[in-house]
Design a protein around this ligand. Sequence first.
Ligand code: ATP
Ligand code: MG
Length: 428
Amino acid sequence: MAKHFQAVRGMNDILPAEAAQWQRLEATVRDVLAAYDYQEIRLPLVEKTELFARAIGEVTDIVEKEMYTFADRNGDNLTLRPEGTAGCVRACLEHGLLHHQTRRLWYAGPMFRYEKPQKGRYRQFHQVGAEAYGMAGPDIDAELICLSARLWRRLGLNEVSLQLNTLGSSAARAAYRERLVGYFTARQSGLDEDSRRRLQTNPLRILDSKNPTMQALIAEAPALLDHLDPESLAHFEELKALLDAAGIVYQINPRLVRGLDYYRQTVFEWVTDTLGAQGAICAGGRYDGLIEELGGPATGGIGFAMGLERLVAMLTAAGRPGADSAPHAYLITVGEVAQQIGLVLAERWRDEWPELRLRLNCGGGSFKAQFRRADHSGARFALILGEDEAKTATIAIKPLREAQGEQVTLPQEQATAWLRTAALDKKS
Ligand code: ATP
Ligand code: MG
């Protein structure tokens, strides 16, 4: 037998058994975003490479080594999106969405990064991101954090904590950067290869290193918080007061950085201990410089992105049920006449009750075989259409799960009303 194909490394199938968990997560995310009046924007998976180089920064991990970049047949240099913010800002500028107005937007979908695949880290993964434009904060910063906190509550995820930091104004950062370079330059022998390279290009990012042998050195490094400008300090104090008022618990983490030049003021990350090494489930911050950098007006932006694979893993580990996707009923037809009537009946019932999830037996089979399939389908009821039922325009309904009562026979036109009542009973 020929060897079958395998998916590309780090790019996963989401199989039907897992899809229910994804659906529940996505539905909850949509509800919570709607509760804050965020509007969905749908963006292409592919953008010009230059957009990401400019938006994310030439000297970031993503642009240096993680992008899927290719020339199309026309020779244009394109990249599979590694994140959503760049494309979102690009679309807003292209369509004039930021013209003298504020925007609250969200997007969802696959992102692509050439990383070393491991638990919680993949080459194709999914994010939901939220972005708010035209507001200087810190009120919108606080609201966006409240939104994410509400989402964890709605999902029943308790083992998450919020890390908060501020990166200050770009001037304060530039001064701090000098200090940091001085500190690490004096201790170069303690740096790993990546960090030595970053010392020249992106020294703040050294603070983000996960290398255990460097943690002591990083802990002793000067903290940006101690070198902030008064305006940034005021922004941060006000944000903390708003979060306190809203009952949001946070930890200040002076080493929380986003290594990009356009980030300033607020940065935050939601983390969990329950997922092992890849514990960040949601990361965000203000990026007031980006919109200008991409040719737009000088207007504020803040956003976050969360990793859906990691959230699904948490929900699954916590034993949360997925979306209810089992069929309400499975229609068994015995005999040729019943088979033909069955198809028509099933269509009529779906017209009558659009939410009905009905699986029609296809491919024939004895009553016994069909009954076995009905049971395997997970349906709550088997609808049985035999010769007798076909003649008398009735349908027999047999419960397939425990404690759902006796088999009944009803006129066919009463079937959907009966199933609907049974479905409602289950919910109450
Ligand atoms: P890390 O430091 O873990 O690489 P990052 O700073 O690259 O994270 P962001 O770009 O801020 O991550 O992405 C936001 C969220 O998207 C992360 O908190 C995480 O939940 C998720 N995420 C990022 N990269 C991956 C990946 N390769 N596979 C799965 N999820 C990811
Ligand atoms: Mg990364």
